[in-house]
Design a protein around this ligand. Sequence first.
Ligand code: NAD
Length: 471
Amino acid sequence: MAEYSFFQGVEKYFDQAAPFTGLSKGLLQQIKGCNAVLRVQVPLRLDNGDIEVLEAYRVQHSNHRMPTKGGIRYSEDVNQDEVMALAALMTYKCAVVDVPFGGAKGGIKINPKKYTVEQLEKITRRYTAELVRKNFIGPGVDVPAPDYGTGPREMAWIADTYAALKHGEIDAAGCVTGKPVNQNGIQGRTEATGRGVYYGLRSACSFADDMQTLGLSTGLAGKTMVIQGLGNVGSYTGLISQQEGGVKVIAVAEHDGAIHNPAGLDMPSLIAHRDKTGSILGFAGATQLAHRGDALELECDILVPAALENQINATNADRIKAKIIAEAANGPVTPEAEAVLLKKGCLIIPDMYINAGGVTVSYFEWLKNLSHVRFGRMQKRFEQNAFQNIIDTVEKITGKLVDARDRAIIVRGADEVDLVRSGLEETMINAYEGIRNTWKSNPSIPGLRAAAFVYAIKKIGNDYLTLGVFP
Ligand code: NAD
């Protein structure tokens, strides 16, 4: 069986959905291709005085909405095709969750573990300077965020470099998201993608007819979950699904091996063990599987690939037993594997929806940066006082007292993190309904991914039709 490059895979999914959109061939072509591809060399001076030249990219897939948005990945596997695929997925992802951005993505071909913190800072700052020079970054131009191998630390370096080169630009902080909270970041960004996966799974499992088709009970509680990749996305998905959704995480796979316990792994203890020892292996109360890939093939209700693309492909798809696959990573299931899994009746919740929590909260962070005020600052006390007055009045009229605990719950005004979580929850619920309704509206649409593409392409096409073509 033929396999595809990652970008070809995304194009294949696009082509599968295109006939259901009713858009013209030319318009579909405009939406499908990448608008701009930047490849730059990033030189790094080594301790021995020599220079190492690194390969780096930034791709803007679609400028139908501005700025463009997408993470920056540090990985040895980074290449132009991968960055193009990830940029395209960002366009569709933003459209699915109604985030008013075009799609972009960046990457540097390095294994960050092989460099010191000082070297990583130099690499990140030089890469940012290249983006500034080529006008590939800015709060109204293109706004990066963290992805595989990067996090708040790198985002802070990017923001600082941009501000230094664009001295006095009042909205400079909005040039990148996923920054540390004390550096113009937003509460709840670090957990956002994992929390979004949880809200998305909860939505999917709330439809009784869909669950019945899968032979599962309605609701998330008690369902078994296997996670591949305990990084940012995987760890918060597991933690929040367990703590707030009552999910049983029975296995976790990492780059150096996989562990299993059918009775369930305690996520806070596992994450603490990994943070302390640098590995999930050796965790008390779990057995190690022979190969890391074995975890993917375990009997479970929900499989969460949260590492890298192409993990479920033609070589292992027929051995996957999960009823639901939540694509926390970008592109973890190849088109060939999807065909096998859909035939088996598996519900694949596509990346462009299920991992959109990160870009959604990035959007909130960007809004915060442009408004220069923390969410909740203006209204929290006002709301608390108003609720107090209502309770006081109810007590006076009824002659009955509200106990202190109930009063505290009712009068609590929203903090920034409460507003971020509620905005994310609203977004994930609405978007799931949007893609599910599209799916159910036409029996020829083969699954949720095709439906998500149809839903996204129609919105983008509508933008183009209203905008017209310049000149
Ligand atoms: P991360 O670097 O924090 O974590 C990835 C983890 O996967 C690491 O712990 C790594 O050791 C592990 N891993 C690598 N190869 C593996 C393998 N073969 N088997 C098992 N584990 C393996 O990265 P992340 O930010 O959590 O991103 C993970 C995926 O989620 C990527 O596909 C990324 O594009 C996607 N994503 C991330 C975000 C975000 O906000 N960070 C948002 C949307 C999508």
